[in-house]
Write a protein that binds this ligand. Structure first.
Ligand SMILES: [Zn+2]
Length: 309
């Protein structure tokens, strides 16, 4: 079974790479996204009936797809991948589907065959469903006197809160995500992902996740202390905040960007960082300005590094 799954997994990834053109579309563009349209539905087919508990191989596949969509390296933290795409774990999606089915079954007549699934209090299906309800502080009777739509809203909200809490606890344990935590507090699709340039989206995702080209990261692999991971231009520690907000090498580019975004240079640093890391809610024009900012800054850095070597 494990071998079969591995083969399926490899084939899905190869197929996904062949369809790489689809990845040019921003994840929130409403355009064709193979993961959401073709692959995930297969993993979730009739899951409300058969799925109970975690399925780690499927979670790994989702995270790998997320990395490919964002264009980030394989060792990028799971929390930044799921966080930027606003994705729940697949288990949460399956559990939610189960609760939707529960309501439909409860409304069946007592003599209907499918109703047996919920009438048997000792069945695995019912025991697992009760556990899911309990973790969301819900009871089976909560679904009785509301419409399907209201029930769907209620379980989505409860599940979102639970997933967000779980994601936030994991986020706190990752030292690499120190800058990420300053700009990202909600498990939702990030505004920078509406930018049309795949290259800029990938660059921003790498900057946000701390897995990038800056000395704070490259120095880690060379065994340097944090103080030694300094910017070749100004000798300060070269981390994401330094690159985006502080280094004088990029002063002109930064001034121009802030002007185009109608932001004052005196604006609070955390707010500026939120904009330049793509977490502030902006329109498409502003998203393009932020994309240009990171592309130009990276180009400037590459040119400077070339001169050094
Ligand atoms: Zn510098």
């Amino acid at each position: 079974m494990e071998t079969v799954w591995r083969l399926v997994n490899i084939n899905i990834l190869i197929w996904f790479d062949i369809n790489l053109n689809c990845l040019q579309n921003p994840p929130n563009s409403g355009m064709y996204q193979p993961w959401e349209v073709l692959i995930r539905p297969v993993l979730e087919y009739a899951a409300e009936i058969w799925a109970e508990g975690p399925w780690e191989e499927a979670e790994k596949l989702q995270r790998e797809m997320g990395r490919r969509i964002l264009g980030v390296p394989v060792h990028t933290a799971n929390e930044s991948v799921l966080g930027d795409l606003g994705w729940w774990e697949l288990k949460a999606r399956r559990d939610k589907a189960r609760l939707k089915l529960l309501k439909r079954l409860i409304e069946l007549n007592e003599d209907e065959y499918a109703r047996r699934l919920i009438n048997d209090q000792d069945s695995n299906w019912r025991i697992y469903t009760n556990n899911v309800l309990r973790t969301l502080a819900l009871d089976v009777t909560d679904s009785r006197y509301i419409t399907d739509h209201e029930w769907k809203i209620l379980i989505t909200k409860k599940m979102q809160n639970k997933e967000e809490e779980r994601w936030r606890i994991k986020l706190l344990s990752k030292s690499k995500l120190r800058t990420y935590r300053r700009v990202k507090t909600k498990l939702r699709l990030e505004p920078y992902l509406k930018c049309k340039s795949r290259l800029a989206r990938s660059l921003l995702a790498k900057l946000r996740s701390g897995t990038n080209f800056l000395r704070i990261e490259s120095g880690r692999y060379d065994g340097e202390t944090i103080e030694q991971r300094s910017c070749y231009w100004c000798n300060e520690v070269e981390d994401e905040e330094h690159f985006l907000l502080n280094c004088e090498l990029y002063d002109d580019i930064r001034r121009n960007t802030l002007e185009n975004l109608a932001l004052s240079e005196e604006l609070d640093k955390s707010k500026k960082l939120k904009y330049l890391m793509g977490s502030a809610k902006v329109d498409e024009i502003a998203a393009a300005t932020i994309a240009q900012h990171v592309l130009k800054s990276k180009k400037m850095r590459d040119r400077f590094m070339e001169l050094l070597h």
